[in-house]
Design a protein around this ligand. Structure first.
Ligand code: NDP
Length: 308
């Protein structure tokens, strides 16, 4: 019985070491040195699909070290094999920090103050209240709900939008296409934390931006495929959006000649909002290995039909 580590090679030592620290008896192989494919009973994948996994006919589960699995679902798997994604305390904590950081920067007008300082201008802006600064989160799942809870704690009116109805303390919840427009109407700042699926591809488009108030701010920490790039540029040019903070891009790293690099109204962070840490994620992987061998349902299962 062998676990095949087929995730990012630079993280192999950390993941295998952390899992082995919990169970020293486990046997690992690393991609592409798997030996007999029939001996592989569990596969760990990461930020890219390593290759054709359908040759591992005895694999009982595939475990992603990433929360977003859109890139993996395009790959080839043994038929019917269950797939699990990562839900990790460290990942949630980092995402909450990243988003709260940009929301507070927007509330306190960090962009305007930095611009004023560059011109040696003493800019006394009127102080604003969090309670008058509605924030909306597209995707009220693990990361969206954790971010919403922290923003509620800080006094922001928070709205969340998801596929199905949700109940999160202090958050005004909306769901489905019919409620998207109402959700957007009062927002000062919109966060995207959706998974990338055929339904959510290009969701950040002209139609959505039109539903926001003039001068709203966009923060996309979901996936680059959510952004309709031409519509984003048009919304910035027209003043519909004041500026955008983007952590994720259709092509990563963002190509050097991409127009986003040259925009003063786009803040680029290089897909660093959050990562899974082996130290905190290993226990769930081990639990899923145990469940897979016992034929039990996995923690944090992915529904390939739904796409997340
Ligand atoms: P979850 O699966 O827990 O939550 C996804 C949320 O999106 C759910 O509320 C779901 O609604 C909603 N959703 C999905 N499809 C639709 C739709 N068509 N319309 C409306 N709502 C929809 O995911 P996580 O919170 O763990 O992660 C979210 C995403 O964050 C990841 O998929 C990834 O893309 C991104 N991410 C980015 C990172 C970064 O560093 N930038 C790091 C980690 C993740 P419902 O519950 O009703 O189905």
């Amino acid at each position: 019985m062998t676990i095949l580590y087929a995730a990012d090679p630079e993280d192999a030592e950390g993941w295998i070491g952390s899992i082995r620290a919990l169970d020293p008896q486990l046997t690992f192989a690393t991609w592409p040195d798997w030996g007999d494919p029939d001996a592989i009973d569990f596969i760990i994948v990461g930020g890219r699909m390593p290759g054709d996994l359908s040759i591992f006919q005895n694999a009982k589960a595939i475990q992603s070290t990433w929360a977003g699995v859109n890139h993996l679902l395009k790959g080839k798997f043994p038929p019917g094999v269950p797939i699990a994604r990562m839900v990790d305390q460290g990942l949630s904590a980092n995402m909450v920090e990243y988003l709260v950081y940009w929301v507070l920067d927007a509330l306190r007008q960090g962009r305007e103050l930095r611009a004023a300082q560059r011109e040696a201008k003493w800019l006394e802006l009127p102080l604003r209240w969090a309670r008058n600064f509605p924030v909306g989160i597209l995707g009220l799942g693990t990361l969206g709900a954790a971010t919403a809870a922290k923003l509620v704690e800080l006094g922001f009116p928070v709205r969340g939008w998801s596929r199905t109805a949700k109940s999160v303390a202090g958050v005004e919840s909306f769901h489905g296409a019919d409620q998207l427009h109402d959700f957007l109407a009062p927002l000062k700042l919109l966060i995207c934390l959706l998974p990338l699926t055929p339904e959510t591809e290009g969701v950040l488009d002209a139609k959505l931006f039109a539903g926001l108030p003039e001068g709203a701010i966009l923060v996309n920490a979901g996936r680059g495929g959510h952004t309709n790039e031409a519509d984003l540029i048009a919304a910035l040019d027209s003043g519909k959006l004041a500026y955008a903070v983007l952590d994720v891009f259709r092509e990563e790293p963002l190509p050097l000649d991409h127009v986003f690099w040259r925009r003063k109204d786009i803040v680029i962070t290089p897909h660093v909002a959050s990562i899974t840490r082996a130290g905190t994620g290993a226990a769930d992987i081990l639990e899923n290995y145990r469940r897979a061998l016992a034929g039990e349902p996995l923690l944090n299962p992915v529904d390939p039909q739904r796409g997340y």
